[in-house]
Write a protein of this length. Structure first.
Length: 299
């Protein structure tokens, strides 16, 4: 599955580099800041693909030695970094557009440049459907970020093309105005992705969901002592609650059937998977002083 992602991301990097070259040529030839900024956006996408390739190659190299949770957190970190790159590109757009708005320069329209940029719109739209198809099959957060980015790029380049066309009839810096609008749209979309992936990376679970899980666990008399609950957010934002219990003197551990029933009820009511971490009773060894704790067991 990861090898398939490698091929998809490598193809995306190559296409983004091609789009960068095409848009850079048109932006410089037509003296359009909007098209030039769009070209920089494609370059950032290519660099994001390169970063993704490096991460996936590391995962393949480590192979079975890499634990599933570590791989999931690594993918969440990568998705966060990709969204951060998109946000920085949006800030760069805004800066360039403000400069053009304050110091307007003429834009030279031509039908040849128009159709070249139109082709890049269709290319990005095709990339969106391509990423969308494989993101559903691989359940990859990285491909989902690239899917969202491709759709944003499609709208951005469409707006760029519109502003480029309007320069034929409007005298003021219309491409700078569109550039500012594009940068705001790009930054807002990236900010939402940053927040989502950062919360997943830090295992931040909403308070109301934590309260519901705690209420479900405490409402049953299966557990006599609940020390703490730790949460883990994995793939597809699936939440797992690790319930740690305190050792209770002269008390037998709860039966496995009761714990399984409590976990099933909690999952049904909250959508959170529950794993119980039970203390292992200390065992006294004959002929030896003291006792040795055996650690913890999962139920």
């Amino acid at each position: 599955m990861q090898k398939t992602q490698l091929k998809i991301i490598a193809a995306g990097m190559g296409l983004n580099l091609l789009l960068f070259g095409v848009k850079l040529y048109v932006g410089l030839a037509a003296n359009s800041i909007c098209i030039w900024s769009d070209a920089v956006n494609n370059l950032a996408d290519a660099l994001s693909c390169l970063l993704s390739l490096g991460f996936l190659l590391l995962v393949l190299r480590l192979g079975e030695r890499l634990q599933r949770e570590i791989a999931e957190k690594g993918e969440q970190l990568l998705s966060f970094l990709l969204a951060l790159v998109v946000a920085l590109v949006g800030v760069s757009f805004a800066w360039s557009s403000l400069e053009r708005l304050l110091y307007p320069t003429p834009v030279w329209f031509s039908m040849k440049h128009f159709f070249i940029v139109l082709f890049t719109v269709l290319a990005k739209l095709g990339m969106f459907f391509f990423y969308r198809a494989y993101a559903g099959k691989t359940r990859s957060d990285v491909l989902r970020v690239m899917q969202a980015d491709s759709l944003m790029d499609c709208f951005i380049t469409t707006a760029t093309l519109l502003s480029f066309t309007l320069t034929r009839w409007l005298s003021f810096a219309v491409d700078a105005v569109f550039g500012l609008a594009i940068s705001v749209f790009l930054f807002i979309g990236a900010a939402k992705l940053i927040r989502t992936h950062l919360l997943s990376l830090l295992n931040v679970v909403p308070r109301d969901l934590r309260d519901r899980v705690a209420s479900c666990i405490s409402s049953d008399k299966v557990l006599a002592n609940c020390e703490r609950i730790q949460y883990y957010i994995g793939k597809d934002n699936a939440v797992t609650a690790f319930v740690f219990t305190e050792p209770a003197a002269d008390t037998d551990p709860p039966p496995a059937e009761a714990l399984a029933r409590l976990a099933a009820e909690t999952a049904e009511q909250t959508g959170v998977r529950v794993r119980f971490v039970l203390p292992v009773p200390t065992t006294k060894n004959t002929g030896r002083s003291g006792s040795e704790p055996a650690g913890e067991s999962h139920a």
